[in-house]
Write a protein that binds this ligand. Sequence first.
Ligand code: BG6
Length: 530
Amino acid sequence: TPAPPCTIVIFGARGDLTKRLLMPSIYNLVHAGLLDKRTSILGVDHNDLSSDDWRRMLSDTLGELAADPHAEFRADKVDPATWKWVTDRLEYLTADFDSDETYRKLNEKIQGNAVFYLAVSARFFGPVIERLGHAGLLEEKGAAGTAGSQGAVFRRVIIEKPFGSDLASACELNKRILAVADESQYYRIDHFLGKDAVQSLLAMRFANRFFEAAWRAESVDHVQISAVETIGVGSRGNFYETTGALRDMVPNHLFQLLSMTGIEAPTSLSAQAVRDAKTAFVKAAEAVKVEDIVRGQYAAGKIDGVAVKGYREEDKVASDSTTETYIALKLAIDTPRWKGVPFYLRTGKRLGGRFTEIAIHFKPEPYGLFAAASGHKAAGQGGAAQGRTPNAAAGQGCAPLRTGGQQVDPASNVLTIQIDPKHGAAATFNVKVPGPLSRIGEVESSFDFADFFGEQSNVGYESLIYECLLGDATLFQRADTIEASWAAVQPVIDLAAKGAQPESYAAGSAGPTGADTLLSRDGRAWTPID
Ligand code: BG6
């Protein structure tokens, strides 16, 4: 069903986010028949452009993305009729975000339902929302939360990240925006919640008895959440210097993965129930201890054989910067389900590989029936899974992950939820190696969403925009969840504020050695990066 008619107002219409992510997502929504024909899109930005200029600019970017085999936007070629549908509904308004005049003009142009999308720098969030509120643009009519109800008008605001820069500023921003509109009108976005594999976590956990039964401290040894990247800060030096890896990734993106992995079953799939469960879970995350924090910063090195600069040599970065480009943390969750189960989180730029995944490491098998009688173990085979799967693509045959010439202990099972670039999951098992001897071999079974449901052209914002138009806030962040997330990581911010030096790591490596120690002191090891 198409979403109700609405004017989508995009602040930051000329920005990269609008061109590369929002418009392709809107295109995909139109292509799927999910937008009402009375939808209109009003772009607002300070650059002096005509609506035609804006249309041309967006068309050029869409064409580039469609031609780029690495872009998430997968349309082989843009369907002209669908794109015309979009461009026919575009209008551009040259306007200053700080001027009353802008909001007066908006009031003239907007009659019914409206969603204000703040694709702008975080410093504008508070001021723009206050001005929208004071101009009466956030006033709803009737049962506004109920999509499509007669005579009702909704007014909603989508807020990009970062929401605040620490606990105090997030609380302050919440207070400011809640003074001009109701919590139900705010949709704080986190694009990790737009990823299908993340949304699927609830279904995997709560629609499968065998996952749910083992998803707890009795069976789980620890959990690793990784978002490792090969890219550096590129042209974002200015932004990154005051942001750093923690603020950029942890209380937002990694906490989405953390909470979808750890929450208790919500009482229903309603936005309120899911968000209540998330908040309860995040509140149970204990504030990270200083000895469980590892901050790193990349030095010069090589990525795929190509020499790259160190962070301090990047454009608009101070030569003595102490901003972290890598962060690893160990978190404890104080709930009966997770008592004693550490959650290790890591993210960093300029590492030797790129993947986002959640790895659930199960405890060793309980019986000891297959333990190596001789006490021999193949070299380097501890409790943690060794290495990632050899590519077991169809037709190439599959190699077991490990079998020894002699008997080896069964490896602990690992279930890996693959978010990016793979979209699926893989689980390792122990089996008996065929043949007369009781030898154990470790194998992997995996699936990819595309194999079952086809390749999707999903840029990542489609479901978020659509759900907001429907008035379903399940995939958005509530004020209390955001504040609880900041509270859990505030000790890292305090440590950085004292000028603590991050540990240096070479670009293209696995990150700072301190991150390995964080796990090895607990007798564990990270999933290798390359
Ligand atoms: C953004 C961060 O929010 O997420 C970037 O600002 C990061 O620094 C990006 O690279 C990662 O998202 P994705 O979807 O590419 O994994």
